[in-house]
Design a protein around this ligand. Structure first.
Ligand code: 8YV
Length: 305
């Protein structure tokens, strides 16, 4: 439906669902375009910009834009837009659902049942960890972090956080480092932006501080967590478990993670409801249309000069 609406405004070059772009076909397609509607997996960096002299706007269908090199885009006079706000509550729902599914071992126990292995009643079967009344650490107290905190309050959780800066508008306990936060909490939920500034913010030391009763939940970007250190922590049981919607090199998920117990793994679906994906697509279209009509752009990336 969105493609049809786009076709009403633009001449389209589109890929097929079953034929992802290769790096070469992506550059070739972009080089004949003035605008692009990108997902978080489509890079817009100097390599692409060098061959795309006519490109003027890239509308990312994501709030995160670590696939963009915004300074290089600004230098090449390419506008960057994203989709903030419309996915905040939906992604917070998912982050909290992933926390609960991980704590209560919902997918592991379901696989066990579906495999026909539930043959007798046992009191120790899939004993998980309490959610209500526990301590939640939020790494990144932005819009989605704050929406996750709101949900946690209804579960009587105590809330602490670490962000680059203290957020004066929230009443939660601030920790100056990720490590101090991890040492204090039962659940560490990662919801920071990706990119160089947060690369491996959750490293072996932070995981050690989280400890063997602590859970890591990542609904941000795979790059924020040192994935090798996480695999080691899961294998050595130095953390209790992990709920992961994002990975270091998507869509590749290493077998060590796929085989790990006490994990819930999902294919980057934090914002994936029909309503929210529609709202994200609508905002992309509004961003593209506004640019080409010379109107103010609804969701310009703030860093875009
Ligand atoms: C997107 C996301 O679905 O908004 C984001 O930053 O991670 C998701 O909502 C994904 O990036 C695909 O564009």
């Amino acid at each position: 439906e969105v493609l049809e609406r786009l076709a009403g405004h633009f001449e389209l070059r589109s890929n097929q669902d079953d034929m992802p772009w290769t790096p070469e076909s992506w550059i070739a397609a972009l080089s004949s375009c003035q605008g692009a509607l990108t997902t978080g997996a489509d890079p817009i960096r100097p390599e692409q910009l060098a061959s795309c002299a006519d490109l003027r706007i890239c509308a990312n269908m994501a709030v995160g834009f670590n696939n963009f090199d915004v300074p290089a885009m600004s230098a090449a006079r390419v506008v960057a837009t994203n989709t903030p706000d419309v996915l905040t509550e939906t992604t917070a729902d998912f982050g909290f659902a992933l926390l609960m599914a991980t704590a209560r071992r919902m997918t592991e126990s379901e696989h066990f049942l579906r495999a026909g292995r539930w043959t007798q009643w046992r009191y120790d079967l899939f004993a998980g960890a309490e959610v209500h009344g526990s301590t939640l650490g939020i790494l990144g107290m932005g819009r989605i972090g704050q929406a996750i905190a709101k949900r946690a309050l209804a579960f009587d959780m105590s809330i602490a956080y670490h962000s680059r800066h203290r957020v004066e508008s929230v009443p939660y306990t601030y920790f100056a480092t990720a490590k101090e936060l991890a040492a204090h909490v039962d659940y560490l939920v990662v919801i920071t932006p990706g990119g160089a500034g947060t690369k491996h913010l959750v490293n072996a030391e932070v995981l050690a501080a989280l400890g063997n009763k602590g859970y890591l939940i990542n609904v941000a970007r795979g790059s924020v967590v040192d994935q090798a250190a996480l695999i080691e922590a899961l294998q050595k049981k130095t953390i209790a478990g992990a709920g992961l919607d994002v990975f270091a090199d998507e869509p590749r998920v290493p077998s060590e993670l796929r085989l790990a117990n006490h994990t819930v793994l999902t294919p980057h679906i934090g914002s994936a409801t029909q309503q929210t994906r529609q709202a994200m697509a609508d905002l992309c279209l509004a961003n593209l249309a506004a640019h080409f009509e010379g109107q103010p752009i609804p969701a310009l990336v703030p860093e875009c000069a």
